[in-house]
Design a protein around this ligand. Structure first.
Ligand code: GDP
Length: 465
């Protein structure tokens, strides 16, 4: 039987459509980091650079752009209807103001989807369908929530013991004293008194918030007490650590706390991992190494512990303990030392090295159970410019910018960050005094960045070939 050209074309077009659809990809890129690490500014800058014609040319190390294969990028309605949308419009307008400011950070998970239409380089794809689309779902969630995962392996008593051990450490005891005193007079065997449980829970929550603000300790559980998202005030957050010696009746305060702890694990922690974390394809973790350095050796050590625990989280599903619970899909994770323009260009590689040494003690290879891990020093939005200053015949690598909340531009010689972890004994006597700067004004609507193109290439390059 012979087909008419018409029939053949129709057939070809249907086949192409089907294939085209199957070549289109959906990628979930998760952006996390502890609060203040720069998630909001990062996502805003990423969207701006991909969607605006003027900014696109500013990504020289992103292959799909350099090879001129990116045809169009636009925001499309999100698929997940149960997650709030990322408010790009207000965030980008802060950065594009005549006097730019940092967008205010959001305190919950949120999302936005971009459709990236590009010309494929792939021979097979090219033959059948030269244009493909990648649906890039960006998901921004607080790094504080990652800290909850180990709770799934603990019962209430073990968790309480571990938390109280931390609170009793010398550097935290001063802050924790009021709560610990209240806890000492708490009768865990008494019949439930909701008002007492609520009062102690609120004290505990306040203690976590204070500790986070004053000591920068990153690993505080439960994470939702720091960033409750939609759960602010919900009973599932009304518990606190309490260690008990004896048996308890079912209606004792202790049993009540135990049930709430279990409910938190089942209704808050587990769903976050199952419904969100396990669905992510790629992950960037933003790290504010410079703030930790400014703060001192305890904070840097604490940040290192928190990061190593986060690295573990990517491996949990594969390595055993929680294997039955979930299996993450993530195959690439980028740890980025953000705000690297707070040091001079020459010092930026030191930051990446420092971050690397914090994540991994010996090996250069951070490939981890099938997950490719890399580190970079970046600034999603540039806030300073490099400036050479000659003083007493010596050339100094300075930076120039407007410190946050100040009116005037200054030239600043940043201290040299270490390229590896420092012990307390190795810590320089003068410490590290880094400054924070306001975003640089956009040039004709064009934002600038440091190595955002390298980030995009690492996280998405292979999906846009
Ligand atoms: P989030 O809490 O993780 O969403 O963090 P934000 O995006 O709100 O950033 C917190 C602060 O870090 C901002 O107010 C800025 O001072 C600073 N910051 C964030 N992103 C950048 C960046 O890309 N470069 C520089 N130099 N500073 C940044």
């Amino acid at each position: 039987k012979r087909f008419s050209k018409d029939t053949f074309d129709k057939f070809k077009s249907t086949a192409q459509k089907t294939l085209h659809r199957s070549l289109d990809q959906h990628i979930k890129l998760a952006v996390t980091g502890f609060s203040g690490s720069g998630k909001t500014a990062f996502i805003t800058s990423l969207i701006k650079h991909l969607t605006s014609q003027t900014n696109k040319t500013n990504l020289p190390f992103f292959d799909v752009i350099t090879e001129q294969r990116l045809i169009a990028v636009k925001q499309i309605p999100q698929r997940a209807l149960d997650i709030p949308s990322f408010d790009y419009t207000s965030a980008v307008s802060c950065l594009l103001n005549d006097t730019p400011t940092w967008p205010s950070s959001t305190q919950r998970i949120n999302t936005l989807t971009l459709a990236l239409k590009f010309e494929s380089r792939h021979v097979l794809k090219q033959h059948l369908s030269p244009v493909s689309t990648v649906y890039l779902e960006l998901i921004d969630y607080p790094g504080e929530w990652l800290v909850d995962l180990p709770m799934l392996n603990q019962d209430y008593q073990a968790w309480s013991q571990a938390v109280l051990n931390v609170l009793k450490q010398p550097q935290y005891r001063g802050y924790a004293k009021a709560f610990l005193d209240m806890l000492a007079s708490f009768d865990d065997d008494a019949a439930v008194d909701e008002s007492i449980l609520k009062q102690l829970s609120q004290h505990y929550q306040q203690l976590l918030v204070t500790l986070k603000a004053k000591t920068k300790i990153a690993q505080l559980q439960p994470g939702r007490m720091l960033i409750p998202g939609d759960l602010a005030g919900a009973p599932v957050l009304l518990f606190f650590p309490c260690v008990s010696a004896g048996e308890h009746s079912n209606d004792s305060q202790y049993s009540h706390l135990q049930s709430r702890f279990n409910a938190y694990k089942q209704q808050v922690v587990t769903p976050f991992y199952k419904q969100h974390f396990c669905q992510f394809d790629r992950q960037i973790v933003l790290v504010d190494v410079l703030s930790a350095l400014s703060d001192g050796p305890d904070t840097l050590k604490e940040q290192e512990d928190a990061l190593r625990n986060i690295v573990q989280v990517f491996d949990y599903g594969r390595s055993g303990l929680l294997k039955r619970l979930f299996y993450p899909k993530i195959d690439k994770v980028l740890f980025a030392a953000n705000k690297c323009d707070h040091v001079s260009y020459e010092q930026q590689p030191l930051l990446a090295k420092l971050l690397h040494s914090m994540l991994h003690e010996q090996s250069n290879d951070l490939r981890f159970a099938g997950v490719e891990i890399d580190t970079m020093a970046i600034s999603a939005v540039q806030s300073t410019q490099q400036k050479q200053v000659v003083e007493a015949g010596k050339s100094l690598n300075c930076i120039q910018g407007k410190p946050n909340n100040e009116q005037h531009t200054i030239t600043f010689l940043p201290p040299e960050p270490p390229s590896h972890r420092l012990s307390r004994a190795q810590w320089p006597a003068q410490g590290f005094d880094f400054l924070s700067f306001a975003p640089l004004p956009a040039q004709e609507g064009r934002l600038s960045h440091v190595r955002l193109d390298h980030v995009l290439q690492f996280l998405l390059g292979d999906k846009l070939r």
